[in-house]
Ligand binder design. Structure first.
Ligand code: GLA
Length: 375
C-alpha cells in the first residue's frame, strides 16, 4: 500500500508550466519545509510536464532537459529527499505528453525503471496522444503493472480527466488517485464547474483510490500558467480549499508557495480542514439539500461525529436550512446536534430539528457536528 490517505503536496503545472528548472524545484522544496507545509502534511513535490528533452536517447530512455535540469533527476530527487519530502514526476500514456514531449506509450516498463532509478515516489500519468487502437484502460493497467514491478514504491496518479467510462476500470489499474475532471484554471467558475461535476461521482472514491479534482488554484491571484485573465477573491479560494477538503481530494498546491501571504498559508495549513481531508476511513460526503448551486453536505467522520457543510456557490447571499431529519436525527430520537466551527474550533451551540444560517455568495460554512443526548 503506497498511500492510505489522499496525498498532499505541490505541483509545478498551474503556476510554472514549462518554466521549470532544478533551481526552482530546490527553492520550492526549501519553502515547503521552511514555511510549514511539510509539517502540515504536504510532502509530495511533483514536477509536471515539460521536464524532458524532446527526444529519447539512443537507448530509448527519457532524458531530462539539459538546460533546465543540468544535474539530472537523481541529484534533484536526492535533494528533495534530503528535505524529508517525496519526489514526483510526470509522463503520459500516449506517444507524446500534452505539451508535446516524449510520452511513455510503448516504453512503459523501461520508463518505470528509469523513474525508480532516479528515486521517483509519485508518477502523474496523463492521457494525450493515445494511438487509436490502444484503449485507455489497457494503457493505465500497463503502467500500473510496470510501476508495481519497478522495484520502488511509486504512487500512481492516473490523469485521464474522467473520460472513457473511467469509473468502470480505473480502480483495476492500480491507480492510487485518479483525475476525474478536465483542467482547472484560475477562476471561480472553473473551480465551481469541476466541483459540481463530482457531486454525483464522489461515491466511487475509496481508501487507496482517491478522486483527484485537480491541483489547487489557491493563492495564484491571476499569475501563472493557468491564469487566463480571471482570478478569484480570497473568499473564493477558501471555498475551493474547503470543498476539496470535504470531498477528500488530493491536495496538491499549484501556486507559488514562496510568495503566499500569511492568510493563504494559514487556511492551507488549517489542522481541522486537513484532518477532514485526511480521513482514513474515507466515507463519501452526501447532499441533504441541493438546488441552484446551493448545497448542504454531510460526511461521516471517524468516530460518531459528522461534518456539516453549507456551500453557497450561487451569486447571492442565501438563508440555508439543514433539517436534521434528513440525517435521521428526528425529534423523538433523543439527540440534538452540537455544532463546532470546523475552522476556528468555536462552539456554535446545540440545535434541535434544524440549523439555519445565511451563507454569503461563493462561500462555505464548515461545522463538526456532534450528537448530544437530550437530558
Ligand atoms: C494535461 C493535464 C494537466 C497538465 C498538462 C501538462 O492537460 O490534465 O494537469 O498535466 O496536461 O501538459
Amino acid at each position: 500500500m503506497i498511500v492510505d490517505r489522499p496525498p498532499m503536496g505541490w505541483n509545478s503545472w498551474n503556476t510554472f508550466g514549462e518554466n521549470i528548472s532544478e533551481s526552482l524545484i530546490r527553492e520550492i522544496a526549501d519553502a515547503m519545509v521552511d514555511l510549514g507545509y511539510l509539517d502540515a502534511g504536504y510532502n509530495y513535490l511533483v514536477i509536471d510536464d515539460c521536464w524532458s528533452e524532446r527526444q529519447r536517447d539512443s537507448n530509448g530512455r527519457l532524458v531530462p532537459d539539459r538546460k533546465k535540469f543540468p544535474s539530472g533527476m537523481k541529484a534533484l530527487a536526492d535533494y528533495v529527499h534530503s528535505k524529508g519530502l517525496k519526489f514526483g514526476m510526470y509522463s503520459c500514456a500516449g506517444v507524446r505528453t500534452c505539451a508535446d514531449y516524449p510520452g511513455s506509450f510503448g516504453h512503459e516498463f523501461v520508463d518505470a525503471e528509469t523513474f525508480a532509478e532516479w528515486g521517483v515516489d509519485y508518477l502523474k500519468y496523463d492521457y494525450c496522444f493515445r494511438p487509436d487502437h490502444a484503449p485507455g484502460y489497457v494503457l493505465y493497467r500497463k503502467m500500473g503493472l510496470a510501476l508495481r514491478n519497478c522495484g520502488r514504491d511509486i504512487l500512481f496518479s492516473a490523469c485521464n480527466w474522467g473520460i472513457d467510462n473511467y469509473l468502470e476500470w480505473m480502480h483495476s489499474t492500480g491507480a492510487d488517485i485518479y483525475r476525474s475532471t478536465g483542467d482547472i484554471n484560475d477562476s471561480y467558475i472553473s473551480m465551481r464547474d469541476i466541483f459540481e461535476s463530482q457531486i454525483d461521482k464522489i461515491y466511487a472514491a475509496c481508501p487507496q483510490c482517491y478522486n483527484d479534482m485537480d491541483m489547487l488554484i489557491c493563492g495564484m491571484n491571476g499569475n501563472g500558467n493557468v491564469a487566463f485573465g480571471n482570478t478569484c477573491t480570497e473568499d473564493e479560494y477558501r471555498t475551493h480549499f474547503y470543498l476539496w477538503c470535504l470531498f477528500g481530494s488530493p491536495l496538491m498546491i499549484g501556486g507559488d508557495i514562496r510568495k503566499f501571504d500569511n492568510t493563504t498559508r494559514k487556511y492551507l495549513q488549517n489542522k481541522n480542514l486537513i484532518e477532514l481531508n485526511q480521513q482514513h476511513e474515507f466515507r463519501s460526503p452526501y447532499t441533504i439539500s441541493a438546488e441552484a448551486h446551493r448545497y448542504i453536505f454531510v460526511r461521516l467522520l471517524e468516530g460518531g461525529d459528522f461534518a456539516l457543510s453549507f456551500a453557497n456557490l450561487s451569486d447571492g447571499d442565501y438563508g440555508m436550512v439543514a433539517f436534521f431529519s434528513e440525517i435521521g436525527i428526528t425529534v423523538s430520537c433523543g439527540y440534538e446536534v452540537e455544532l463546532t466551527d470546523m475552522i476556528t474550533g468555536e462552539n456554535c451551540g446545540i440545535h434541535s430539528e434544524y440549523y439555519k444560517e445565511t451563507i454569503k455568495a461563493h462561500s462555505c460554512r464548515m461545522y463538526r457536528a456532534h450528537l448530544a443526548k437530550i437530558k
